[in-house]
Design a protein around this ligand. Structure first.
Ligand code: GDP
Ligand code: MG
Length: 340
């Protein structure tokens, strides 16, 4: 086997297994005779030596892009510690313009990094709150018009980016409003399980009516997201753009946040005192069942109307500082013993 491997020209690691203790290490050096370099003693059963073996393995692996480009290991932040952001939206809504606008912000230091797909190049922006990696999506950098087939391809790319993203920025064109395609894209983002920040772009071009209806449209047509932060912006003029990165960071934090039960119930009590549910309905108490996004279980004495649940949801989002993330509510009916 050793002779065969030598001929392949691929890097080979010799791993000496069953070296459960130091006593057995002495036997390892025999394996030098295989002509495949220094053997790595491990115990597969106990894990001994496997860390060193993995280091040796990583050292001989080709870099991720496979094209010779590397990230300096001393300065690079580990990939999964960098917040990954995907800019998604229909063609022509202004993603490229927005992206370039973000890069022009003078405080940001920018470098490129090999993306996960072969020809992708992600862009890392250093911000005061840490680095942000913008996942490459087809045509994000270019401003070219795209034809039908590349439009399909760019959608595929966008979906892949969303799978990898911690936060998605959905760009919509305020002059056009929230379209069916925007809805479908948002659905995919939602399924990928990441929070969404919606940018109502081209604000400068939008007339009074479009400006007034966009928030409503986002509520109506993207309501399944459980409420999203809406940023009114113009990528062209730069209006509202300074708020994007802070909002993205908020969204990430809020998405993972765990709310103390006492605080949750305080907000529930206050909301119900201000506007009680109809027909004697009442939330007795609530707990947070899950994060990502924050999901609350409300124990109620009877079924509550949808409109009232939407009211509570809004109150929870504002009262608990969760504006930047969708939240989910589940209701369990637990009749109280007291008769009303
Ligand atoms: P993409 O296909 O989503 O990447 O869209 P682009 O960034 O290529 O923008 C499409 C067109 O919209 C370009 O002509 C931009 O100059 C224009 N555009 C983008 N953002 C704005 C904006 O906020 N205001 C105005 N007036 N035009 C914009
Ligand atoms: Mg583009």
């Amino acid at each position: 086997v050793a002779a065969l491997l030598q001929r392949t020209g691929s890097p080979v690691l010799v791993v000496a297994n069953k070296v459960d203790d130091q006593v057995h290490e002495a036997g390892v050096w025999e394996l030098l005779g295989l002509g495949l370099g220094e053997p790595h003693p491990v115990s597969a059963l106990h894990g001994r030596g496997t860390g060193d073996m993995l280091d040796a393995l990583l050292a001989v692996l080709p870099d991720e892009a496979g094209d010779g480009s590397t990230v300096d290991p001393d300065t690079a932040v580990p990939r999964d510690e960098v917040l990954a952001v995907a800019l998604v939206g229909r063609p022509n809504v202004g993603k490229s313009t927005l992206f370039n606008r973000l890069l022009r912000e003078d405080r940001s230091v920018v470098h490129d990094e090999a993306g996960t797909t072969r020809d992708a190049v992600d862009t890392v922006v250093e911000t005061e709150d840490g680095p942000i990696r913008f996942i490459d999506t087809a045509g994000m950098r270019r401003r070219a018009r795209i034809d039908q087939s590349t439009e399909y391809y760019s959608l595929v790319r966008a979906l892949r980016a969303v799978d990898e993203a911690d936060v998605a920025v959905l760009v919509v064109d305020t002059t056009v409003g929230v379209t069916h395609q925007d809805q479908r894209l948002a659905e995919r983002v939602h399924l990928a399980g990441c929070p969404v920040v919606v940018v109502a772009n081209k604000w400068d071009l939008a007339d009074e009516e479009a400006r007034e209806t966009i928030a409503e449209q986002v509520d109506d047509r993207l309501g399944f997201l459980g409420g999203v932060e809406l940023l009114r912006a113009s990528a062209l003029s730069g209006r509202g753009i300074h708020r994007l990165l802070p909002t993205v960071l908020d969204a990430r934090d809020a998405y993972h946040r765990r709310i103390p039960t006492a605080e949750l119930n305080q907000v529930l009590r206050r909301a119900q005192a201000a506007t009680p549910a109809p027909a004697g309905g009442r939330v007795l108490y609530g707990t947070q069942g899950a994060t990502d996004p924050p999901t609350f279980t409300l124990f109620a004495n009877r079924r509550l109307p949808r409109t009232y649940l939407r009211y509570l949801e809004k109150q929870l989002r504002t009262g608990l500082g969760l504006e930047a993330t969708p939240v989910k509510l589940r209701v369990r009916v637990r009749p109280s013993r007291r008769r009303t």
